[in-house]
Design a protein around this ligand. Structure first.
Ligand code: HEM
Ligand SMILES: CC(C)=CCC/C(C)=C/CC/C(C)=C/COP(=O)(O)OP(=O)(O)O
Length: 302
């Protein structure tokens, strides 16, 4: 793999793409009309968030290199495979993080810069270096750092955090356990070998499958709230219900068939689920005949 490609891989481009999409949806939902002059701040916001998230991912590659060398899924990464040197990875991570934070401070606003920086610290340091190694609730607590992008998008445009933005955060927060634990079931042996206390390793596959179901039920309920609070209309509601039923059906099937392939498919579906759910929020926002419920929240909380 070329050096350039290896540096690109350090940024976890697949994950960052979905992070950016949810941030963009947060930005667009914070405005009643389609953006005009706001495109400039939107583009700076996306660039700042992308660089910060990519920087956080590169720090994660550095901090996790020993465990990554043991696990089949990650042993080909640039550091464990010897493709890149530690010092180069750390320099790259520092450049991305500083540049991302600087762009948000100078071209967006201080609130977005601070919240993005807190997410970076939350993922790269608190989750990766501490939580991941000490508790099977690692991804439940650490999931907060990955759930902030729609709020970061919202504050990019408005400079405020509103209950609507927090509702989008809650959706990603509750989505994270089924997203990750489905993969962790499939990759259980990897985590066991690396002595990382993920839920299927510490409490078994059955217990994890049950908790995937609990969180997916909670997710189904939380995703009704954009409709119930008048933030979104019927188009969104239809999308959320259909996507949610499919997710629930997969998790129940996973519990009853216990097939590793189904765990992998549930993980893959979780990614499609979140992308499509946010696409429905966007579609609904621009197709006005979907509005039926009165607006509950419009005042900022920060
Ligand atoms: C603590 C929170 C999270 C954990 C522990 C987690 C865990 C993971 C893991 C281990 C993978 C790698 C699977 C593989 O190697 O194929 C992955 C993939 C992925 N995650 Fe997450 N994730 C989290 C949060 C998020 C968030 C917030 C998003 C986006 C909003 C996201 C989107 C994705 C996407 C798109 C992929 C597929 C990447 C690709 O195929 O390149 N994840 N996740
Ligand atoms: C906005 C901002 C700065 C946010 C940073 C958040 C961020 C990049 C979250 C990514 C979440 C993620 C890929 C977790 C992977 O877990 P893992 O590291 O345990 O997985 P791995 O075993 O694949 O490395």
């Amino acid at each position: 793999m070329s050096r350039l490609k290896q540096y690109f891989e350090l940024t976890k481009p697949g994950v960052v793409s979905l992070i950016l999409f949810t941030a963009l949806v947060g930005m667009l939902l914070s405005m009643r009309n389609f953006p005009t002059s706001e495109w400039v701040v939107i583009l700076w916001g996306l660039l700042g968030i992308a660089l910060s998230a990519g920087g956080a991912a590169a720090i994660n590659h550095w901090a996790d290199q020993k465990a990554d060398k043991v696990m089949l899924r990650t042993q080909h990464r640039p550091l464990p495979s010897g493709g890149l040197k530690t010092v180069n990875v750390l320099t790259f991570a520092a450049i991305l993080s500083i540049l991302g934070t600087g762009i948000l401070v100078y071209f967006v606003n201080v609130l977005t810069a601070v919240l993005t920086f807190v997410s970076l610290i939350g993922y790269a340091f608190i989750y990766t270096m501490f939580l991941k190694r000490v508790t099977p609730q690692n991804i439940v607590i650490g999931g907060l750092a990955g759930a902030t992008p729609p709020v970061l998008g919202w504050t990019t445009v408005t400079g405020h955090v509103t209950p609507d933005a927090l509702l989008l955060l809650a959706i990603i927060y509750v989505w994270t356990p089924p997203h990750f634990w489905a993969l962790a079931i499939f990759r259980k042996e990897d985590y066991k070998k690396a002595h990382i206390p993920m839920l299927p390793v510490t409490h078994g596959v059955k217990f994890t499958e049950l908790h995937i179901i609990f969180y997916t039920i909670l997710l189904f309920i939380v995703t009704l709230f954009p409709f119930l609070t008048g933030m979104s209309g019927l188009i969104y509601l239809a999308g959320a219900v259909i996507l949610g039923i499919r997710f629930l059906w997969m998790t129940f099937k996973l519990k009853h068939t216990r097939s590793p392939l189904l765990a992998w498919n549930t993980f893959k579906y979780s990614i499609w689920y979140l992308m499509l759910l946010f696409a429905f929020l966007l579609l609904d926002h621009y197709v006005l005949w979907g509005d039926v419920m009165p607006r509950l929240f419009s005042e900022p909380v920060v």
